[in-house]
Design a protein around this ligand. Structure first.
Ligand SMILES: [Zn+2]
Length: 645
């Protein structure tokens, strides 16, 4: 991570800059999502003792929850709990923080007491009981709330089990827990409370409990004051002037923010100060710019423009959940780092002069630039040239215009921890067609998980993945065939191809990564499959296919397409179409992530991207006759389902 951060923050790529000039508007290009590893940074060690651990030995009998013998304060009705839940939900939506106490019926409860009421209500509603009054008892406050939860969904089965676990904790300890251990990591007290309030609110609207509850990492991150932002801005200004790079994080008041989070705070502060409002600014989770890029520019940006840009960048952050790679200005494309630096200088000026400056000065020499970098996106144009009786696509090395057909693709590393030399896989090498573009992908694989993008990132978007299991050879051959096939196609949309999800596994004909099956850990931050799915998410992919092969006598042990009908019915429609077109068995699960929570397909569905898993029959490490073409047609028909070819 440290190495990667260096490459992002210190060195700028001229290659990337040239690429971006063609790509005018929003700075959305293929990403390296390694920055997501930062998610682990807020783990609080001190409160481990308060963990509500789902893995306790008495999980079997926890369905029975015994109410405690504590003296009741009184009771409230389910309707009163519903009303209080709506109140709480609205309060949080407005203030991004919790109230001190909450009115429930004729009582005013502490948040800890209300949590117990919410949990009891949830369990009671699950049992179809809307009549029994909910008993109120005294519950102590959480002693030191902490957590490091990830955004995502918690399914009903889990939130019901968690409710019981938390109630047992409250009964045993007389107080609310600091956090609850969940499949999305530790959900801190405030998040627990808010999620159950939302569950009850949903019940009131729909007369049933929701199938899952959405957890948002950035709830309750609090706010920082203008004075704190001013101090941090002065620090950034001095730091950049001295080091010509941005620091990785910045202390703002009591909070340590990433540069992306700080940028959002800066923009809000500038917008507020322009309106003479010196109010605190909410801190929220903002993803990093995946591939900062921009032009080497110098000049002044006038106040009217930097104010206008502040609003448009804020809108970008709201839409994409992350910082932009660059901002298009009157001087040219201003790279992410310059954006942060400019607004920090604007706030620093405000601190000194008590007004916003009339312009902000940009100097290309403010930051260090570097011409090459391992992690860069490579934009490569291939040209079709006659080769004997047929055509081949070869890399176009000069700018000379050509009447030959050309295709421009982007190749990038989306995970730099997985590199391997796939030419060591002799079975794979025996079958693949070593075209220029395939050779380029093999070369890039040495540095990590490669991805190639066909199309300009607009229109319907499909992602295809192979090599999650490195010992499954046919889909990886088929995927390279797919790459060669797409070189000659005009695509009405965008196709992202990850031919080797874990090149080191492919190189070693290995099934496991770090001792784990990669297709069971896609929901866990930091894993290769998680990073791939995040690239899909950031690029707003519409359909996703994960291509495997299966051994005889294994599961499924046949040409097959897996899918689930819930939560995304489209997954089933895709699978149905592909299975029909390719004579593959259709294997349908009712709900994603119930059986296999960490499968790429399941995690994708939970993330909101319809997904399927395709299987082609061939023993591991070998290529059965017909298995490559079966896998290839499964891919082609996924593209055809999306109407891309
Ligand atoms: Zn597999």
């Amino acid at each position: 991570m440290a190495l990667l951060a260096c490459s992002f923050l210190i060195f700028f790529s001229v290659t990337g800059v040239n690429a971006i000039e063609d790509n005018v508007t929003d700075g959305t290009i293929i990403n390296d999502t390694n920055a997501l590893e930062n998610e682990e940074k807020n783990i609080s060690q001190s409160s481990d003792v308060d963990s509500i651990d789902n893995d306790t030995e008495n999980q079997e009998d926890t369905v029975i929850y015994q109410t405690s013998a504590e003296d009741p304060i009184g009771s409230v009705t389910v309707e009163e709990v519903e009303t209080a839940s709506i109140y709480l939900k609205n309060y949080v939506d407005t203030y991004n923080s919790l109230p001190e106490s909450i009115p429930v019926g004729s009582y005013t409860l502490t948040l800890a007491e209300f949590l117990k009421v919410l949990l009891t209500t949830t369990i009671q509603l699950d049992q179809g009981d809307t009549d029994t009054p909910i008993i109120i008892t005294v519950v102590g406050e959480a002693s030191n709330p902490a957590g490091n939860v990830n955004s995502g969904n918690i399914l009903k089965s889990e939130y019901l089990q968690n409710a019981i676990n938390i109630l047992n904790f409250i009964n045993a300890n007389g107080r609310a827990p600091n956090y609850c251990s969940t499949s999305l990591h530790n959900l801190r007290f405030e998040g627990i409370l808010f999620s159950y309030a939302k569950i009850i609110d949903f019940y009131k609207e729909h007369d049933r409990l929701p199938n899952y509850t959405i957890i948002t990492k950035s709830d309750f991150m609090g706010s920082v004051t203008i004075e704190e932002i001013e101090t941090a801005s002065a620090y950034i200004k001095n730091y950049v002037e001295t080091n010509k790079v941005l620091p990785e994080t910045i202390q703002v008041g009591s909070k340590s923010l990433t540069m992306s989070e700080f940028l959002k705070v800066l923009l809000d502060a500038v917008i507020n100060l322009d309106q003479n409002r010196s109010v605190p600014v909410a801190v929220t989770d903002v993803g990093d710019a995946p591939s900062p890029a921009g032009q080497k520019i110098s000049g002044n940006i006038l106040k009217s423009e930097y104010l206008e840009k502040a609003t448009s960048i804020r809108n970008f952050i709201d839409s994409y959940g992350r910082a932009p790679n660059f901002s298009k200005t009157s001087l040219g494309n201003l790279r992410f780092e310059y954006i942060v630096f400019s607004y920090a200088k604007i706030i620093d000026f405000y601190k000194e002069h008590d007004r916003l400056p009339n312009y902000t000065k940009i100097l290309s020499s403010d930051f260090i630039w570097k011409s090459e970098g391992v992690y860069n996106i490579q934009i490569i144009t291939y040209e079709r040239v006659k080769y004997g009786d047929s055509y081949r696509y070869v890399e176009k090395v000069s700018d000379t215009p050509t009447t030959n057909r050309t295709v421009t693709v982007e190749i990038s590393n989306i995970d730099t921890s997985t590199g391997g030399d796939v030419t060591n896989n002799s079975v794979l090498m025996q079958y693949i067609s070593r075209t220029d573009v395939v050779n380029k992908l093999i070369e890039v694989s040495k540095n990590g998980t490669p991805m190639i993008r066909f199309g300009d990132g607009t229109g319907t978007k499909v992602m295809m993945i192979s090599g999650v299991h490195g010992n499954e050879i046919p889909p990886q051959i088929a995927m390279l065939n797919m790459v060669n096939y797409l070189m000659d196609k005009d695509i009405q949309g965008t196709i992202y191809i990850v031919p080797f999800a874990i090149p080191s596994s492919t190189a070693n004909v290995a099934r496991y990564w770090n001792g784990q099956n990669p297709n069971t850990i896609s929901h866990i931050p930091g894993t290769p499959t998680y990073k791939i799915l995040n690239v899909a998410k950031q690029n707003k992919v519409n359909y996703l296919g994960d291509f495997h092969s299966t051994r005889e006598g294994g599961y499924p042990g046949a040409n097959a397409v897996f899918c689930s009908k819930y939560p995304l019915y489209t997954s089933y429609k895709m699978a149905y179409y592909i299975s029909k077109q390719t004579s593959s068995k259709l294997l349908v699960y009712s709900t994603a992530a119930m059986e296999y929570p960490g499968a790429v397909e399941d995690a994708s569905n939970i993330m909101g991207i319809p997904a399927i898993t395709c299987e082609s029959l061939s023993n591991h490490g070998t290529v059965r006759s017909g298995s490559v073409s079966r896998s290839f047609y499964q891919m082609v028909f996924l593209a055809r389902y999306a109407k891309l070819v």
